[in-house]
Design a protein around this ligand. Structure first.
Ligand code: ASP
Length: 358
């Protein structure tokens, strides 16, 4: 869009026949500065051949990544930093805290228009949602990834990266929270989830819908993200050096309370149950969960179902049992919100408010 405006203006002036213009030095169109933070993933992965399924994540450094997509240099001035180089199955609190700190530093710099983060697809939805809650800025922060390694036939990384830079450089992305750009779609951090282990079209925003689309760098924005985020978030990492432990336990037929009790015994200050249906679990598991809630462990009911709200007091009496309903958040994002919530309070009512608002 930016380029089209500049070309349009130049041809307009040419048409008016303004004298002396031809002699003037050609002004370079001003392009924004975008900082690329690389964390690893398949987008930085490599295989021995271009057609094999097996590969290793996090083999290519940020400079190689930037060099592989020279087209993006027309969209933005870019510089890169390597935060980590890991498969995102290994994502951890140390990297999260380092990444969030660096993003907050960068977005506070007047010359930086936005940040692009390259990441693995396995946990990108968690990292995006985490940053969505702790980055204090309206500037675009855009995560991207790929399903195929950089060495693959029809690698999807380069175009995803190009599109991510285009979105980060786009004024219309300002104030929309942390975004994930992949396979031509722009997702909000609270909405996207990985739905296929192998398909290139793996990310969906099943409940809350897409923020927009982007084709070869041309973005269309349809709507803002759902839920409070970034500059309006009440969560902060100021002074935080570690995050509380929260475990996810999946519900199933014949479930007992053993894993719920084991989580508490391992030091979990919160438990998220990936319940069946509308966040349900067997009567013995409900009993174990309610007992932990009484002891001060914050217990959130989410769902193992791919989409749909988990509402309060539907088949279980959350008011009586002291549970929190996850509303629109899947278990992995519920865990992220609960960890940040536990930095502030362990009051189930206040934490329920967070789940309604974020
Ligand atoms: N295991 C990889 C990762 O999450 C998968 C990918 O990036 O697509 O890093």
């Amino acid at each position: 869009k930016r380029t089209l405006v500049v070309v349009g203006l130049a041809s307009c002036l040419a048409m008016t026949g303004t004298s002396g213009l031809a002699a003037a030095p050609q002004a370079k169109p001003a392009i924004p500065t975008i900082v690329v933070l690389a964390t690893g993933g398949t987008i930085a992965g490599a295989a021995a051949t271009d057609t094999q399924a097996g590969y290793t994540s996090g083999q290519v450094g940020v400079d190689q990544l930037l060099a592989a997509v020279p087209q993006a240099k027309k969209l933005a001035n870019m510089r890169g930093e390597q935060i980590s180089n890991i498969g995102s199955q290994d994502m951890n609190d140390e990297v999260w805290l380092k990444l969030a700190k660096r993003v907050n530093e960068l977005v506070a710099m007047p010359d930086v228009a936005g940040v692009v983060i390259t990441h693995g697809t396995d946990t990108i939805e968690e990292t995006a949602y985490f940053l969505n809650l702790v980055v204090k800025s309206k500037k675009p922060v855009v995560l991207t990834a790929s399903m195929r390694p950089s060495t693959a036939l029809s690698a999807d990384g380069p175009l995803n990266f190009f599109n991510a830079v285009a979105v980060a450089a786009n004024q219309d992305a300002v104030g929309r929270g942390v975004l994930v750009v992949i396979n031509d779609w722009i997702h909000g951090a609270s909405s996207l989830t990985k739905t296929s282990t192998t398909a290139v079209q793996t990310f969906m925003s099943p409940l809350r819908g897409l923020i927009g689309t982007v084709a070869y760098g041309v973005a269309e924005f349809y709507r803002g993200p759902v839920g409070k985020h970034t500059f309006e978030s009440e969560f902060s990492l100021d002074g935080v050096t570690s995050l509380p432990r929260v475990d996810i336990i999946m519900a199933h037929e014949n479930m007992d309370g053993a894993l719920i009790d084991a989580a508490a015994a391992a030091g979990a200050r919160g438990v998220v149950v990936a319940g069946v249906g509308n966040g349900n679990l067997t009567a013995p598991a409900v009993k174990a969960l309610a007992a932990q809630a009484t002891k001060g462990v914050v217990c959130v009911r989410s769902t193992r179902v791919a989409t749909g709200l988990v509402g309060r007091n539907v088949e279980l009496d959350d008011d009586k049992l002291g549970f929190v309903a996850s509303m629109g958040l899947n278990p992995q994002k519920s865990r992220v919100l609960l960890r940040l919530a536990l930095l502030k309070t362990k009051d189930a009512k206040e934490i329920q408010r967070y789940f309604i608002q974020y």
